[in-house]
Design a protein around this ligand. Sequence first.
Ligand code: ZN
Ligand code: ZN
Length: 207
Amino acid sequence: MKVIMLPVGPIEANCFVVYDEETKEAAVIDPGADGKRIIQEINKHDLKVKYIINTHGHADHIGANLDVKNSTGASLMIHEEDGAMLTDANSNLSVFMGRGITKPAPDVLLHEGDVIEIGSSTLKVVHTPGHTKGGICLYNEEVCFSGDTLFAGSIGRTDFPGGSYGEIINSIKTKLMPLADEIIVYPGHGPATTIGQERRTNPFLVK
Ligand SMILES: [Zn+2]
Ligand SMILES: [Zn+2]
């Protein structure tokens, strides 16, 4: 699976375009802003985007859902517990950024254990509440897209509505730390890391 990382928007949320090199089937993870730039990247590689996947419902991760959906016809996926955030400008925090995001609504509500097929690759859905109630990470044997749950050397904020420090620590320890050391972690903000690096050095986990 090929991974293109595009930091987008004023607070540089990482958008990822992932695709199968042979079939050109693709998914866009967290198109938070800069729809035009994301679409340019899709067109440059001649990709067929099947899915838009939101790791959670915050504005900085969903802001270009509409642009990408309109241009690709992809189906929009988010965990069922964050689904309502996509059409509620208060709960997705977009009112505080002067935007007011209320569409599009999700096409598919995801659950723990769902498997998303992208060409010959797959991404497994793991429910990791704590930053939001319906936060998810997506992983396979090579990569893990960790949203705002796990960052290089840090973890997501837990002071927004639906957040819980106890839950985010539990999610990371029980759902992500069992993954293999060499898996590359692509967080929702900041640089990539690995599961092993975080297990050994992340100050929120080393105790
Ligand atoms: Zn967030
Ligand atoms: Zn974020």
